[in-house]
Design a protein around this ligand. Sequence first.
Ligand code: HSE
Length: 431
Amino acid sequence: MKPVKVGICGLGTVGSGTFNVLTRNAHEISRRVGCDIVIEQIGARRDNPNCDTTTTNITRDIFEVAVNPEVDIVVELIGGYEVALKLVLLAIENGKHVVTANKALIAVHGNEIFAAAKKHNVVVAFESAVAGGIPIIKALREGLAANKINGLAGIINGTGNFILSEMQEKGRDFSDVLTEAQALGYAEADPTFDVEGIDAAHKLTIMAAIAYGVPLQFDKAYTEGISNITAEDVKFASELGYRIKHLGIARRTEQGIELRVHPTMIPKQKLLANVNGVMNAVLVDADAVGQTLHYGAGAGDEATASAVIADILDIARTIDVDPSSKVAPLGFQSEQLSDLPILAMDQTETGYYLRLKAAEKPGVLADVTKILGDCGINIEAIVQKESDQDFVPVILLTQRVIEQKMNQAISEIEALDSILGAVTRIRVEHL
Ligand code: HSE
């Protein structure tokens, strides 16, 4: 079989990792695929001292790669929305297959990109866009294809998990840990994407589309970050037997699909609760196989390169196969996508941890529990913490309830004179 030629656009963390692994493992890769994978050209604004590209054709114009007649597969590793979209569409129009690690691009523009790819009979692959080196796209799309997926819950942002783990284990400060994650190359160019859950919502949107066979709908994902999580909540959660994790959750209900990213308390003994540092994990609950857990490095140069290269190899293996025989981008035939709605956040259902500051006087807890009872909310546990202040912390755990009811209860509780300030809420899942 003749060599398959790739053009790599972007030589940052993932680009250099891809270059190095493709070069280092060239022989092993060729034994697997049955042909050589050749790096035909690199498009990058600057060189990267982490890889020796002296014998490779480098252009400063990434668009040159997209129109290079020698290139079979364009690997988009520049990130961001606009330039990446232009590059990918140009590559597709020029008959190139595309591999991208760009979750923002796929989550926001994926429907348009897949339609263009179908029109031009090329493949767009994006394994590395979700959970770095974990082959979760392949697992959801192919390995679990026999199943009806009930739900999935994932730790899908390494930076956020690194921060929460350090806060939990070492009592470190939020901002101090974030600076370290940036220095280690885990964080996005704009780290608010990590800590505010936007990066996780991109990845969740992609996984949900594949799990349920629905179009990508990033604008309907609920996103809440971890920047308001306090050391106090981490400690109280721990005392109650829980860990706080930043989860992306998709759940099929009779009414539609829940699609939400938020800090979540999960029981300490669950495997997901013990996924720490920059590691990612996705728990999938499916009707035939039951639960499967997919764990691994969610970020980093060579871990992400592992997924980028797996896509290159998949394309290379089937480069001469009729496009209609290939796996569809979302695993479902494009004309068979479902219109199952994404539910508004106030229609989703979870348990809750509530922390409030209550006046140290008789009847206050009775008022609070009456409000919860009137809203149909079942209390599982209630703990009053010691304090030498006039207002004492009170922690409540509730059973699962529709968020709309909890919103109403919280606004009534906050209106009580005997409650100081806002009520802190953290959603609870038992997985
Ligand atoms: N910023 C991302 C993370 C990188 O921290 O997980 C991988 O997508």
